[in-house]
Design a protein around this ligand. Structure first.
Ligand code: SF4
Length: 146
């Protein structure tokens, strides 16, 4: 089973109220066992919401409001739900395809905390959590080899 960022599958859960539907990822989902998650919404954040970036290791919006707790709750709940679902299906979690550059789902690069669309090296908070749990993470910008 593969964990997928829900916005890549067309769910309107991104901060703007829209989605990041990606044709390749949707095609992948038709042929594989997948589980869609949105850790920010799972952590209790509304749609729409102010954009959040990682600033000094914390998840904050431009008003300076700190949502780190929601991010931590969301990533834990999403992983727990994915593990429970995989176990119910009699499968293991084989990897994750997450949204590039997001403070939650980004992998390898994320926005740099200046809210100016500048990217820096790093992983989103959910991605870091999955990697710590030995889950292989790629983004929709990578080649999907699975
Ligand atoms: S990038 Fe991740 S946290 Fe952001 S809307 Fe998509 S699934 Fe939700």
């Amino acid at each position: 089973m593969y964990i997928i960022s829900a916005c890549l599958l067309g769910e309107n859960c991104k901060y703007s109220g829209g989605n990041n539907e990606n044709e390749r990822v949707c095609e992948f989902a038709k042929n594989h066992s997948v589980f869609a998650v949105c850790p920010e919404v799972e952590g209790g954040l509304p749609v729409p919401r102010d954009p959040i970036e990682i600033v000094n290791g914390r998840a904050v919006n431009q008003k300076g409001e700190d949502h780190t707790e929601a991010f931590e709750k969301g990533r834990r709940l999403c992983f727990e739900k994915a593990c429970a679902e995989a176990s119910k299906r009699g499968e293991s979690i084989d990897g994750a395809i997450l949204k590039a550059n997001s403070p939650t789902c980004g992998c390898g690069t994320i926005y740099d905390g200046t809210f100016s669309h500048v990217k820096t090296a790093g992983d989103g908070m959910f991605t870091r959590y999955l990697k710590k749990n030995d889950i292989l993470v790629i983004t929709e910008e990578d080649e999907i080899k699975w």
